[in-house]
Design a protein around this ligand. Structure first.
Ligand code: G6P
Length: 622
């Protein structure tokens, strides 16, 4: 977590750094700081709390020009080592205050380094691992900052994206990364660094993605690159097409509601160009047949030789993975396993080169997810990445990449990334089914038609958001909310419960409805809201019994089902209806009212859904 920024150019650095940090606040917001190199030398300002606190603290200095400088670095923190406080906030400096460092990641050998540095007379002021880096660079400093950074890196274990400036080397910023994201933005007479692209969009779309251990040295008019062995290298520029507005709230109160509303567009983008309209003619002749076309990502028939699909991810992406498992079983009749990446990496999994791994990550930078991907590759398996971030580590290291094309997702609670991950999974599962010869032409045609209609149907649900808003206004005080469903609906329940707990702090859980009698029902009473997701026709009867069981124990019930279903009219207190889809594809729609419910509950509770306590968008450390 944490976000870092850097600027070198001809403009006033501090306001640019603050703006950049605000764009990265989703990565952490428990303290923030900047270090600038101006006429007065190296000045560090930091503060506990969000960027706003920092801004207030330095308001007067910004106004009177004390902080004027054209080079600087900044940081927004999500605490790992040491509580959130002014002292633990970054940037950290060496003892003389010559060198300042910002860091995203974890220095795993920091305790050993600290002991060693203390033996050399260093007195630590903070509890952070990062402070050790500043002292280490100082110890290696012999008139050349780049050399000092290179020598220090040899001693660092763990993950880092670092930016370093020095009073004695005032015309450059040194940046380096290993297992934490870092992007270099190339401007005209100015250059930037940031943990993520949205912080750069206002200034440039030309970026360099650093690989692990690569070093960038930013000057005003150029950027030089070095590999991990200190050799000069050339890097290609990448162009980002996101428009700057995509990373703004665009009149919405929060990023989360903006992103919920962007789902129809995002679903269209995820699908676009992946359906071939004229793939032949039907048996009667004349009517053109559509097909899934994944040539764009390099998915050919060799992939269909697999014995098994293993899908691995964390958080919301893991919930998409659970749905993916059901989709692969249903549409491709292939054995599919699903794993939480942080679990997978520490067990002793049995895998072989015939397995195919699908690794899902919105950011493409989640540490556990990347570790699972690397294990899969080491075992000789091929890896398909589903990610939203072009140039992310996952995208670079996987064998095939399927982008979700959802546009930047800023809110911590993932929404449009989830539904577009589902779209990608369905497309792969359908194509697998075709290549394996197990999916009938009819079912393929029906499914493609449904995928093409999903975006419009999502729009319809969003038009009815006031219904959910009113529902939230009546129920936001409920102390327990349970989501239940079976199979696909169970997976949607998992995601719904996560959304609600992470942003509204309501105790919420998901149950496979058949498990109700094995424990969860003991928790059900008048203070409980049970949301039953019922979109699989063959399971309606079972779900209806479960709804009656919780109602009999005093729970209020909301059923989410299709607009042409009356099955639950007697048992449910309230029903929210979504447009009909073939049952297995319904998660792309049934999750939307649950996202809205979580959002409106948070708002009703006076919370900021974009900044849930203790959470960060990208978990780039273990
Ligand atoms: C964090 C975020 C979640 C996200 C998860 C996995 O916990 O708060 O929204 O689902 O990380 O992130 P990824 O970028 O790998 O999808």
């Amino acid at each position: 977590m944490c976000g870092i920024v850097g600027y070198i150019g001809r403009e006033d650095a501090a306001p640019i750094l603050l703006k950049g940090l605000k764009k990265l606040e989703y990565r952490g917001y428990d303290s923030a700081g900047i270090a600038i190199l101006g006429a007065g030398g190296l000045t560090v300002r930091k503060s506990r709390g969000g960027i706003k606190n920092l801004e207030e603290k330095i308001e007067a200095e910004l106004a009177n020009g004390t902080l004027a400088a054209s080079i600087g670095i900044g940081h927004t923190r999500w605490a790992t080592h040491g509580e959130p406080s002014d002292i633990n906030a970054h940037p950290h400096t060496d003892l003389s205050g010559n060198i300042a460092v910002v860091h995203n990641g974890i220095i795993e050998n920091y305790a050993r380094l600290k002991a060693w540095l203390q033996k050399h007379g260093v007195v630590f002021r903070s509890e952070t691992d990062t402070e050790a880096v500043a002292h280490l660079i100082d110890l290696h400093y012999n008139g050349d900052l780049l050399q000092a950074v290179m020598e220090s890196l040899i001693r660092l274990e763990g993950s880092y994206a670092l930016a370093v400036v020095s009073r004695d080397d005032p015309d450059r910023i040194i940046a380096v990364r290993k297992e934490s994201p870092l992007v270099i933005g190339k401007g005209d007479g100015e250059n930037f660094i940031a943990s993520d692209v949205p912080a750069l969009l206002e200034y440039t779309r030309d970026v360099y993605y650093l690989l692990d251990r690569e070093i960038a040295v930013l000057y005003r008019d150029k950027v030089e690159f070095y590999d991990g062995d200190g050799r000069r290298i050339e890097k290609n520029i990448a162009h980002v097409d996101w428009d700057a507005g995509a990373a703004e709230k665009d009149g919405y109160e929060h990023f989360m509601i903006k992103e919920i509303n962007e789902q129809p567009k995002a679903l269209t983008s995820a699908l676009r160009a992946r359906i071939q309209a004229d793939a032949g003619q039907d048996a009667q002749g004349g009517v053109p047949v559509k097909a899934v076309n994944l040539e764009e990502i390099g998915f050919d028939s060799s992939w269909a030789q697999a014995n098994r699909v293993v899908i691995t991810a964390c958080g919301t992406a893991w919930h998409a993975a659970v749905i993916g498992k059901y989709a692969f079983e249903r549409y491709s009749r292939i054995s599919a396993d699903v794993d939480i990446a942080s679990e997978y990496r520490y067990r002793n999994p049995i895998c072989n080169p015939q397995d195919i791994f699908i690794i899902i990550s919105q950011s493409g930078e989640t540490a556990d997810t990347l570790a699972a991907m690397r294990m899969a590759k080491e075992s000789g398996s091929r890896v398909i990445a589903i990610t939203n971030v072009v140039g992310s580590t996952l995208a670079r290291e996987a064998d095939l990449v399927m982008y979700t094309w959802a546009g930047p997702e800023i809110a911590v609670a993932s929404t449009k990334a989830f539904t577009t991950q589902l779209m990608c999974l369905y497309l792969i599962a359908l194509q697998f089914g075709v290549l394996r010869g197990v999916l009938s032409g009819d079912e393929l045609a029906k499914s493609i038609k449904a995928l093409e209609e999903v975006s419009g149907q999502a729009e319809k649900i969003l038009k009815d958001k006031e219904t959910i808003q009113r529902f939230a206004a009546r129920h936001f005080t409920k102390s327990k909310v349970f989501f239940m469903g079976r199979l696909f609906d169970y997976a949607v329940s998992l995601e719904s419960a996560l959304k609600l707990k992470e942003i509204s702090y309501t105790h919420s859980e998901a149950f496979a409805a058949g498990e109700l009698k094995h424990g969860p029902i003991a928790l059900v009473d008048e203070s409980t809201l049970v949301v039953a997701i019922c979109t699989q026709t063959v399971l309606f009867e079972k779900m209806d019994s479960n709804i009656k069981e919780v109602k009999a124990r005093g729970a209020s019930t909301l059923v989410i089902t299709y607009d042409d279903v009356n099955y639950f009219d007697q048992s449910a207190d309230e029903i929210f209806r979504i447009p009909r889809l073939p049952d297995g594809l319904s998660p792309m729609l049934s999750i939307i009212p649950c996202q809205l419910y979580a959002y409106y509950c948070a708002v009703q509770r006076g919370l900021d859904p974009d900044k849930p306590r203790n959470l960060a968008k990208s978990v780039t450390v273990e």
